[in-house]
Every structure is written in structure tokens, then in C-alpha cells.
Write a protein that binds this ligand. Structure first.
Ligand code: SF4
Ligand code: SF4
Ligand code: SF4
Length: 317
């Protein structure tokens, strides 16, 4: 059997998803018997546009793209990658939903640039110079990618075949996905590669595992308030989003006293925040709702930590 030709591209992300691939360690080495990595840029090899452009169309079997789309260069590379690739996978929360970089959509482009290049206390920029797409240096024109006004998820730019959640995806889940790719046992196009279970399903704190019914939330606690006991975090007032989040991480955050924040993506439906509000509202007393609004002033950022670009509210106009 010929090896599967794999490309990996880091777009607007932190390379944490690629660390999850490397974290497969021996499993990755085993997988390399069946996989040939033909393009891993820019994290591993500094390949150029022409290296990708010169490949035949559809000559790459699978491409994993991690990171959202923020710059014109990223959009350019992803569009060529789509042309060269049979199966394109949005790998991790940023590519699948916009991720943490997508929270920038709560602010206008001008606000972001002013904060980054003018207003931070460590910035020394007396002339208030902002990034330019073109700059003349002694008669030579230098060009830089355009910083777009909004962050987009991968499928908002090109056709995407599969989605994998997580920030980063849990390495066990990556192993399952890589195996599915090697065996060609993939779900229907457009699906998430997922167990389909929620974080609560795999959480040892789930009251259902003891045959108990979840108690209403009467008090809201921020994570800095007290040390949780062994019961369900949500029941104790820590706003855990496990009920509406895909649990391919195996519930790794609640296992170590951290409430789930939704990086796995929504269990079903499109708008993660709307689903989370529905789940919380059905469990909270009126007093707890008031307390939540008081303790979490930026509820939008809390609910859409990983998914703002693909949400209904989407961006600041
Ligand atoms: S999903 Fe998380 S780990 Fe992956 S690139 Fe985005 S921020 Fe980094
Ligand atoms: S709400 Fe959170 S802590 Fe409670 S069972 Fe679900 S994942 Fe576990
Ligand atoms: S528990 Fe939630 S936030 Fe934590 S890794 Fe799993 S899906 Fe992501």
C-alpha cells in the first residue's frame, strides 16, 4: 500500500495542536509507516508558496490545518492547499470554530491594532505607526500580509471535509483520528471526527454515574473561589460547560478541578454559546443567574471562548 501523503499547516494558532500530534510519540512513529509528511509549514520546515503551488492538484491525500484565518497570507495558502488536497481537516478549536484568537471579533480591527501597537505600556511607538501592507525601502517594495478585520474558522474560507475539536485536541483523540484516516474509516463528509459523547459522559463527577439527579445551581463560584469537592463542579456552582461539549478529551479538565470551557466544540447544534446558556439556565435558580451576571461581566467571552467566529453574534460591526 502506498503511503498516505499528509500536509500540516499552522494558520492563526499557537502550534499547540501540532504538539498534540508530536505527543503521540511512539504512535506517531508507528503511523509514519503508513504516512508520508509532504508539507509541514511553518512549524517544522520553512517551505515557500511555490513548493505548494508546484504540487499537482489533489496530490496530497490529507491536510491538517490548525489555527484560524486572520491574515491574507493564511487565506492564500489555505486556498492553494484546498486545491492540492483530497481531504482537508480543520484540526483543533481554532480551525474548527475560530478558537481563542476568534475572541478578537468582539473588537474592531482598529481597536486591536491600537492596543497592540500604541496603547500597551511596553510599546515605544511615538509616531503611532501601524502595520502596512506595503513599504518602500530604498526603492525596493516590501510587502506584508493584510491583517483582516475578523477572524474566520476554516470552513468560512474553503470547503472542509472533517472537523476535530480541542484546544489542543487530546492526543488520545488525535490517535483515533489518525487511525481512522489511515484505515479510511471516516464519517460522512462535513462531520466532526468524534466519539459523539459529551464531557459529562466521560466525567467521573457525573451524578448520573451514581444514579443521582443533578441538583439545581443555587450559587455561582469563580474558579478562584475555594477548592471544589469531588462532586459535579456545576452542581457546586463552578460553571462547567461539560453538558454541551464534545468529550473526546476524556473530561481532562474536570478531572483536575477545572470546569470545562468548551474547547471540544458543541455536542450538537451550531451555536455553542446558545446551547450553553440553555443548559445553564435550565439548572440555575434566579438568584444564581443574578450572581453569574455579577461575577462574570463578560459573559459573551465566557460562553464563546472557542467559537465566536461561527456563532450567531459572530463579530463586532
Ligand atoms: S486550538 Fe488551541 S492549541 Fe490549537 S492552535 Fe488553537 S489555540 Fe493553539
Ligand atoms: S458538569 Fe462538568 S463536572 Fe459536572 S459531570 Fe459534567 S463535566 Fe463533570
Ligand atoms: S474538559 Fe472541556 S475545556 Fe477541557 S479539554 Fe475537555 S473539552 Fe476542552
Amino acid at each position: 500500500m502506498s503511503k498516505i501523503k499528509l500536509a500540516i499547516y499552522l494558520s492563526a494558532g499557537c502550534a499547540g495542536c501540532e504538539m498534540a500530534l508530536v505527543d503521540l510519540s511512539e504512535k506517531l512513529i508507528d503511523a509514519l509507516e503508513n504516512i508520508e509528511i509532504v508539507w509541514w509549514t511553518p512549524t517544522v520546515v520553512d517551505l515557500k508558496y511555490k513548493d505548494l503551488e508546484n504540487l499537482e492538484d489533489k496530490s496530497i491525500d490529507v491536510a491538517l490545518v490548525d489555527g484560524a484565518v486572520r491574515l491574507s497570507e493564511q487565506e492564500h495558502v489555505i486556498k492553494i492547499l484546498r486545491q492540492k488536497t483530497k481531504v482537508l481537516v480543520a484540526f483543533g478549536a481554532c480551525a474548527a470554530m475560530g478558537g481563542v484568537p476568534g475572541l478578537a471579533n468582539f473588537h474592531k480591527r482598529e481597536e486591536l491594532l491600537e492596543t497592540a501597537y500604541i496603547n500597551t505600556w511596553s510599546t515605544d511607538n511615538p509616531d503611532g505607526v501601524l502595520p502596512q501592507t506595503e513599504y518602500d525601502v530604498n526603492g525596493s517594495k516590501l510587502t506584508l500580509p493584510e491583517f483582516y478585520g475578523e477572524v474566520k474558522a476554516l470552513h468560512q474560507v474553503v470547503d472542509v471535509d472533517y472537523f476535530i475539536g480541542g484546544c489542543p485536541p487530546h492526543h488520545d483523540h488525535v490517535a483515533v483520528a489518525v487511525e481512522a484516516i489511515i484505515k479510511g474509516e471516516l464519517p460522512p463528509k462535513g462531520s466532526w471526527i468524534t466519539s459523539g459523547k459529551s464531557v459529562c459522559d466521560s466525567c467521573r463527577r457525573n451524578p448520573a454515574q451514581k444514579g443521582e439527579i443533578r441538583k439545581p445551581i443555587e450559587k455561582v463560584r469563580r474558579t478562584i473561589e475555594g477548592t471544589p469537592d469531588e462532586e459535579c463542579l456545576l452542581q457546586q456552582g463552578y460553571l462547567c460547560l461539560g453538558p454541551v461539549t464534545q468529550g473526546d478529551c476524556g473530561g481532562s479538565c474536570p478531572q483536575v478541578n477545572i470546569p470545562c470551557r468548551g474547547c471540544g466544540g458543541p455536542v450538537a447544534g451550531k451555536d455553542f454559546g446558545a446551547r450553553a446558556v440553555g443548559a445553564l439556565a435550565s439548572l440555575m435558580t434566579d438568584e444564581a443567574v443574578d450572581e453569574m451576571l455579577e461575577k462574570i461581566p463578560s459573559l459573551g467571552k465566557f460562553l464563546y471562548r472557542y467559537s465566536l467566529p461561527v456563532s450567531l453574534i459572530n463579530r463586532k460591526k
